[in-house]
Design a protein around this ligand. Structure first.
Ligand SMILES: C[S@@+](CC[C@H](N)C(=O)[O-])C[C@H]1O[C@@H](n2cnc3c(N)ncnc32)[C@H](O)[C@@H]1O
Length: 325
C-alpha cells in the first residue's frame, strides 16, 4: 500500500494514463454515443476512463454553456460540444497538464474528421474541482465522470459546493461514479493507489445522494445503476466480496423544499380505484391506471395513506424525468 497523499497518486496515475491508454481504467459498459456526423478519434476511445455516460441530448436543449470537470482525453467534452456548438460552449477542466495536452491534441484531431467541430468550442483550463476557475451562476449544465468518487468525503463536499456555486438556478449536475454496496473498509479507503484508480473511494449510494443534498441540490434523480467491479475477498483482504456499482445521477440546483429533497430512484405510483382519478391534496394527481413517477418522499407519504387502490413500486434506478414534483 502506498502512503503518499492520495492527490499525488492521482496526478501520477493520470499523467501516465494520458500518455498511454490504461485498459484497467477503461471501465464503462456504456457504449460511446454514435450520433450523425460525430466521429470519435480512436485514441480518445482508448482513453475513455469514465464509468457511464453524462451526455444526454434531453438535458441540452436550452444549455449554452457546459462545464466538464476532469476532462480526461476529451471524449465527453467533444460529445457535449456536438450539442452546444459555439466557442467556449464547453469549459473543460483538469489538474493534470499531460491530460490537458492529450485532450488538446485529440480535439485538434477530431476537428479534422468532424466538419461541425472547431477546437475553440472546448475551452480547456488547468484547474481544480475543489476551486473551480469559473464564475458564479454562469453554467447551465455541469458534468463529471468517474472523478468525484476519488475524493475523500471532505473533498467531495467541497467539489459539490463548487459546482453548486457555478451553476445557474435550476442548472443540472450530471454525475457518473462508482458506489459501494456497503461502507468501504478502512484499509481499502486508505489505499491511495486504489482510490486514484476509482476502486476504493466509493461511498454507499445513500451517502452519495446525501452529499448532493448537503451541497444544496433540491432535486436528485438516479438514472442508471449497474455492476461495475467486484472487490473479491481474496485479492482485497475482505471477509466478504464487495460489489461496486456505477450510477448515473443528476442533481438539480432547485431549492430544497421545506419537507425535504425530492430524490427520484425510479419509483412509480398507479391508482387503480373506483374513481377516475386520485388527488392526494399535496400536488399529486393520478388518472386511474396511468403510471406516475414519484420521488421517495412522495412514495413514502402515499404508502402512509394505507390505501389498497394505490400501487407503489420499488425503485428501478432508471428514472428519466417528468415525475411528480
Ligand atoms: C477517471 S478520469 C476520468 C476522465 C474522463 N472524465 C473520462 O470519462 O474519461 C479522472 C480525470 O480527472 C482528472 N482530475 C483528477 N483530480 C482532479 C481535480 N481535483 N480536479 C479536476 N480534475 C481532476 C484526472 O486527471 C483525470 O483526467
Amino acid at each position: 500500500m502506498r502512503t503518499m497523499d492520495y492527490r499525488e497518486a492521482v496526478e501520477e496515475l493520470y499523467a501516465e494514463a494520458a500518455a498511454e491508454p490504461m485498459p484497467v481504467l477503461c471501465c464503462t459498459q456504456t457504449p460511446a454515443w454514435k450520433l450523425p456526423g460525430l466521429e470519435l478519434p480512436q485514441a480518445m476511445l482508448d482513453r475513455n476512463y469514465g464509468c457511464g455516460t453524462t451526455v444526454h441530448p434531453r438535458d441540452l436543449a436550452d444549455v449554452s454553456r457546459v462545464l466538464y470537470v476532469g476532462v480526461g482525453a476529451g471524449m465527453e467534452a467533444l460529445q457535449f460540444a456536438y450539442f452546444v456548438r459555439r466557442p467556449s460552449g464547453v469549459i473543460a477542466i483538469d489538474t493534470v497538464p499531460a491530460m490537458l495536452d492529450t485532450a488538446r491534441e485529440l480535439l485538434a484531431e477530431a476537428a479534422t474528421t468532424n466538419e461541425w467541430f472547431d477546437p475553440s468550442f472546448v475551452d480547456l483550463r488547468r484547474g481544480d474541482a475543489l476551486e473551480l476557475p469559473v464564475e458564479d451562476a454562469s453554467i447551465g449544465l455541469a458534468a463529471q465522470n468517474c472523478l468525484f468518487n476519488i475524493f475523500t468525503r471532505e473533498h467531495l463536499g467541497r467539489a459539490l459546493s463548487e459546482i453548486h456555486r457555478v451553476l445557474e438556478p435550476h442548472g443540472k449536475l450530471v454525475l457518473s461514479d462508482p458506489v459501494a454496496s456497503r461502507p468501504m473498509p478502512a484499509h481499502l479507503a486508505a489505499d491511495d493507489s486504489l482510490r486514484a484508480a476509482c476502486l476504493s473511494g466509493a461511498l454507499p449510494l445513500d451517502e452519495y445522494l446525501g452529499a448532493l443534498v448537503e451541497a444544496g441540490f433540491g432535486t436528485v434523480e438516479v438514472r442508471g445503476r449497474r455492476p461495475y467491479r467486484l472487490l473479491d475477498k481474496r485479492r482485497y483482504g475482505l471477509d466478504e466480496d464487495l460489489l461496486l456499482e456505477s450510477v448515473e445521477v443528476v442533481a438539480i440546483k432547485d431549492p430544497i423544499p421545506d419537507d425535504g429533497p425530492c430524490i427520484f430512484t425510479g419509483r412509480t405510483a398507479i391508482y387503480v380505484g373506483e374513481e377516475e382519478s386520485f388527488d392526494d391534496g399535496r400536488g399529486h394527481f393520478m388518472l386511474r391506471d396511468l403510471p406516475l413517477g414519484v420521488c421517495d418522499k412522495t412514495s413514502a407519504a402515499l404508502a402512509a395513506l394505507g390505501r389498497d387502490d394505490l400501487f407503489l413500486s420499488e425503485p428501478t434506478w432508471h428514472y428519466t424525468g417528468d415525475g411528480c414534483c
